[in-house]
Design a protein. Sequence first.
Length: 388
Amino acid sequence: MFNFAAGPASLPLPVLEEAKEGLINWRGSGLSVLEMPFTGPEFGQILEETLSSLRQLLNLPSNYHALFLQGGAYGQFALIPMNLLRGKGKADYAITGHWSARATAEARKYGSVNVVTDNSESGFTTLLPVESWTLDPGAAYCHITTNETANGVQFHQLPDTGAVPLIADATSDFLSKPIDIARFGALYASAQKNIGPAGLTIVIVRKDLLGDASSITPSVFNFGLLAASNSKVNTLPTWAIYIASLVFKWILAEGGLEEMAKRNRNKARILYEAIDSSDFYHCPTANDCRSRVNVVFGLPTKALEEAFLSLASERGLLNLRGHAALEGVRASLYNAVSEEAVRTLIDFMDEFAAPRKRQVRRHSFSAIRKSVIVNDVTSKWRDKWELA
Ligand SMILES: Cc1ncc(COP(=O)(O)O)c(C=O)c1O
C-alpha cells in the first residue's frame, strides 16, 4: 500500500514501529506515553528532546520561541491576528489558494485586512510577482501560505516585505526543506503532514513580537504565556508531541532537511515529468509555482477521473482524490512517501492512460479540459468565499 493522503498523512515506518514501544512501555519505565502526566519527569524528557531536535532541524535562531499547542492551523487563522496585530489593527494578506482565503476570512473578524494579492482569477494556478503586491508599510504583519495544500501552489521564493514581519502558514511544507527562519516574524504548522499526528500545532515566533496580544486572546493560546511556560499553560497533546519527537529524530538520522528537500524535489520532478509528457494527464499549475509536496492534476473527463481513483485505490495507491472544494487528483509527497511509491503511481498512470488515449483525443483534451479545471476552480471559489 502507498498512502498519498494530504493529511493526516503517511508516517515513516520506523517511527510507527518505535511508537509501539512507547504505547505500552516507554523506555522500560512501565508507563505508556499516553498515561504520563504532562508535568512529570518522563514527559518532561520527551518534551525537551522534541524541542532540541526541532531547534537542530530548523537551525532555530536564539531570538525565536518554538511553541507547542492545540487548535490546528485553522485555529491559528484567528490566533495570529489576536496575538500579533499588536494594537496596529491592520494586516496584509496574500490570497493564493484555498487555505490563504480561509485565513483571510478569519482574520477579518479581528482587524482590518488589506489583500495584497489575489490569484483567484487564474483559478489559483499562478503566483503573481511580489512587485505587483499592494503592501502596506503600516501593516502589523504580512501573512502568506507557503504551500497551498489544496491547489498545489508553492512559494519557491519568499516575498520581501521589508520591515513588516512576514507570517506564514507553513503547514504543508514545514520540514520538507531547509527554511531560513530569520526571514519570518512567525510561522505555524499543524502536525498532520510532516510532523506527526493531528492534534499538535507548532508556532515559531520571534521574541520581540510577543507581549502585546489582544485582551480577548484565550490564555491557552496566548503566545507570550505559552513561551513563558514552555508551552505548559494547559495539558499538552502529549502523544502527538511524542510521535513528533520520533519523526524529528528520523529526519535527522536520514540526513536532515537538506536530504528531505533533495528527495522531495526528485519525487515531484519525476511525477510532473510524467504528467507533462503525457497527452492524457494535465497539471493546471504554472511551472514556477508548482508544489513539491502536493501535486495536483486532472484527467480529460470527470468519469475518467473517478475510474482512475477507484482503480488506483484497488491497486493500493490510496487517498489520491483532490481536495473536497476542487476536482481532480492530488498526490501528496510528504517526507514519508518514498520514491518507490511515486514510481509505482507513475507506472499505474501509464497503464491507465494507454488504452483510453484514443477515446480522449476525440475530445481535444487540452482545449476543453484545461479550461474546465480552471473555470470550475475559479467559480467555485467565487461562490464559496466571495472573493470577487
Ligand atoms: C496550508 C493549510 N493550512 C491550514 C490547514 C488547516 O489545518 P487544521 O485542519 O490542522 O486546522 C491545512 C489543512 O490541511 C493546510 O493544508
